[in-house]
Design a protein around this ligand. Structure first.
Ligand code: PLP
Length: 395
């Protein structure tokens, strides 16, 4: 027979994917100009020019067996060293190539880190609103997700609830800032409060509690907002990074794990990361793209394009009367639904061609997510639909 949990996961599409498929069908029925698909977090900004130039150069100039061959299980030593140097240049974190494990994107980074830490039904704290796959990743490594609600209207951490969520079984907390789905960045004050509570509870329970910092959106930040580098605030930190959004390479599956050298028993944690990578079959991340990112570590996404999208969407929807969370990073806008049930609201939005993701799976019922990594032109064309939608509630 088969594993029932895996069958359920594989046969039920996520709400986001469902909506995306609906959009494709709808385009065939009514035409692309009448469907405004804000469902997926697939960057519309192309990868920086240097990425394609580097791919071409590598393919032209390097030995093909090496380009497409295996690297070390944890990744090419030269790439890991270049990444470590770049982290140290930016954040002075003291990492070395032996702190870095190359992965197939943030999803793999998270699965490996969770597997490396979980000792059997350990608890992993996640902060709403969160990336829905956290539930899947934590449960599939045998852990138990514990959700902490957010504060309104600033979408920072509800610290009273956080303290109640900590227990002798807590193994780690997952932080995602800039955040998917709401675009909020945790302030330095929030990070300091969080880390001092973790220190207090690590002492109280006589154990290491880890921070897993899920950072695919680190480079997608507006108005020079600071994103605190967690290793500089808390020793027992594991960073899960990805180039999916920062270099617009989601389909190439490339990222890394960085274990803080200041973590207690950092070498053992790194060994457990290597072991978890092995156990999961996540060894030797794509070789060509390990080479590519090594040469493109200083490349930046075209943040102006996303900023223009954000400003148009946020300002226009606010003006129409929608209640929106101001995004300082990532490419998502979180909007309060105009009725209690965000699923019903999203269904009504569909009638106007607007594909918005209900917040329930992000643990934020009553909100919808708008992914604005789409063309500026589509956002502009969608404005009358948003106006008709709100008018339909005000009648
Ligand atoms: N974490 C968050 C918060 C995300 O939004 C995503 C993707 O959208 C991931 C992890 C997975 O990223 P990757 O495509 O690099 O595996």
């Amino acid at each position: 027979m088969i594993n029932k949990d895996m069958y359920t996961l594989g046969s039920k599409r996520s709400v986001i994917r469902e909506l995306f498929e609906f959009g494709k069908k709808r385009i065939q029925e009514v035409g692309a100009d009448k469907v405004y698909d804000f469902s997926l977090g697939n960057p519309n900004v192309p990868a920086p020019k240097k990425v394609n130039e580097t791919i071409t150069k590598i393919i032209r100039e390097e030995d093909s067996t090496l380009i497409h061959g295996y690297t070390s299980a944890q990744g090419d030593a030269g790439t890991r060293k270049a990444i470590a140097d770049s982290i140290n240049q930016r954040f002075n974190a003291g990492v070395t190539e032996n702190s870095i494990y190359m992965t197939c994107g943030a999803a793999a980074s998270l699965c490996i880190s969770l597997r490396a830490l979980n000792e059997g039904a350990d608890e992993f704290v996640i902060f709403a609103p969160y990336f829905p796959e956290y539930q899947v990743f934590i449960k599939s490594c045998g852990g138990v997700p514990v959700t902490v609600p957010f504060t309104e209207p600033d979408f920072q951490i509800d610290f009273d609830a956080f303290e109640k969520a900590l227990s002798p079984k807590t193994k780690a907390v997952i932080i995602n800032s800039p955040n998917n789905p709401c675009g909020v960045i945790y302030s330095e004050e929030t990070i300091k409060k969080l880390t001092s509570l973790l220190q207090k509870y690590s002492l109280k329970y006589g154990k290491q509690i880890f921070i897993i910092s899920d950072e695919p959106y680190r480079e997608l930040v507006y108005d020079n907002t600071e994103v605190p580098y967690l290793m500089n605030y808390y020793d027992n930190t594991i960073v899960c990074y990805s180039y999916s959004k920062s270099l617009s390479l989601p389909g190439e599956r490339i990222g890394y794990i960085a274990v803080s050298p200041k973590a207690e028993s950092a070498g053992d944690i790194y060994a457990a990361v290597c072991g978890a990578g092995r156990a999961l079959g996540y060894v030797c991340a794509p070789s060509l793209f390990q080479k590519v990112v090594k040469e493109c570590l200083n490349e930046k996404p075209d943040i102006d394009a996303y900023r223009q999208n954000r400003d148009l969407l946020y300002n226009s929807l606010k003006e129409m009367g929608y209640n929106c969370v101001h995004p300082d990073g990532a490419f998502y806008l979180f909007v309060k639904a105009l009725e209690n049930d965000a699923n019903k609201f999203a269904d009504r939005a569909k009638e106007y061609g607007l594909l918005l993701v209900p917040g329930d799976d992000f643990a934020a019922p009553g909100y919808v997510r708008i992914a604005y990594c789409v063309s500026y032109d589509m956002i502009k064309r969608s404005m009358p639909a948003f106006k008709e939608l709100i008018d339909s509630y005000n009648k």
